[in-house]
Design a binder for this molecule. Structure first.
Ligand code: ZN
Length: 360
């Protein structure tokens, strides 16, 4: 049985190991040692994602989470108050996704300890999820034999099952104008920032409809107060759960960039729109959904089938033919200094995970 005290200790231990995106080595070592102690064969692929396997009986299942956290996520001090774990207020907690990793480790520990029969298990702990699903994009999928699984990386309680998630196109643009002295000969300059601003005001942004959003999250440019800015850089995204709308709004973005660029024939505007991950929609009758729903019901929880506005490693698993679905990990307010983990909910996650791997 999943043990509350052991789970709390694991979670706090992992949170104390810094692992901002790109700096996952230390937490990787800790997690790998724990998996080996449980009898797993631990393999690192060329991106240093963890793929760990344990033999069992029946149809194999993937249990996945990610090792990295967002910033500010260094020197995190977890503070436990009753059922609630939070940071000291100066950093995120890192429950996203240390609670996911903890859920998997605790469930595995409980099952191995009990010597109960279980399914063949394939644990996938990715790196650089927060950097734009970079780890999973580089995962050696050929190493996996399971076609179903669970991604422990959702906000809220474990019964929150994400059945639909959007596609994302990443939008970047470089604008090259011309520098000149702003006081002496401004007429010789072409302001890259002004071009960027014109583009910004014409783009469809924010919530476009029920299933589509767009954002320019970063605009950089210019050097000094008295120089007409020569360069500007825009970084943004478009998301939709509908592939057609994603294409349609990407096309609108291109048209706006072209139109504004045409007003400045001497400037250079280069736009790049590329797909980062694909949308998915699963039905309640999908075998992976049923597997998770059964496990939830066994611990007395009612599945809540939801659609999400964000992508996760699950999008890329599904793109690769593996229906690994995201569930909640008992963590709230992801990516903020107010992030909390509710221990009783994390524990429920471990109990559900146990039910999944014992395959009852
Ligand atoms: Zn996450």
């Amino acid at each position: 049985m999943a043990d509350r005290e052991r789970l709390t200790k694991t979670l706090m231990d992992l949170i104390r190991i810094d692992s901002p995106t790109g700096e996952e080595d230390a937490v990787d070592r800790e997690v790998s040692v724990r998996l080996q102690a449980l009898g797993f064969q631990v393999y690192h692929d060329s991106f240093q994602n963890i793929i760990a396997k344990l033999d069992g009986q029946g149809e194999p299942v993937i249990l996945s989470a990610h090792l990295d956290t967002v910033e500010p996520g260094r020197g995190i001090t977890p503070v436990l108050e009753g059922d609630i774990l939070r940071s000291d207020g100066t950093t995120i907690l890192g429950g996203d996704c240390k609670a996911g990793v903890t859920i998997v480790l605790e469930a595995l520990t409980a099952v191995v300890e009990s010597r109960a029969p279980h399914l063949p298990i394939e644990v996938v702990f990715t790196r650089a999820e927060e950097g734009g699903l970079v780890g999973i994009h580089n995962l050696e999928f050929s190493r996996l034999s399971a076609t179903r699984g669970v991604v422990f990386d959702g906000e809220g309680k474990v019964n929150r099952l994400t059945l639909a998630a959007p596609s994302q196109n990443v939008v970047t643009a470089h604008i090259q104008g011309r520098a000149s002295h702003a006081g002496v000969e401004p007429e010789k300059g072409i302001s890259a920032l002004l071009i960027a601003a014109k583009i910004l005001t014409q783009l469809p942004l924010g919530r476009i409809d029920e299933e589509t959003t767009a954002n320019i999250g970063r605009l950089e440019g210019g050097l000094k107060r008295n120089i007409i800015p020569e360069k500007a850089f825009l970084d943004g995204e478009i998301r939709s759960r509908d592939r057609g709308k994603l294409d349609q709004y990407s096309q609108q973005f291109r048209e706006v960039f072209d139109r504004v660029a045409a007003e400045y024939p001497e400037a250079r505007v280069s736009l790049d729109i590329r797909n980062s991950y694909q949308a998915y929609h699963l039905e309640g009758s999908d075998p992976s959904v049923e597997m998770i729903a059964r496990a939830l019901e066994r611990v007395g929880l009612v599945p809540s089938l939801e659609s999400s506005g964000g992508g996760s490693d699950a999008n890329v698993f599904i793109e690769n033919g593996i229906t690994a679905l995201p569930v909640g990990i008992g963590v709230h307010s992801f990516h903020t200094k107010d992030e909390t983990a509710v221990i009783s909910e994390v524990l429920q996650g471990a109990e559900v995970c146990e039910q999944i791997i014992t395959g009852l």
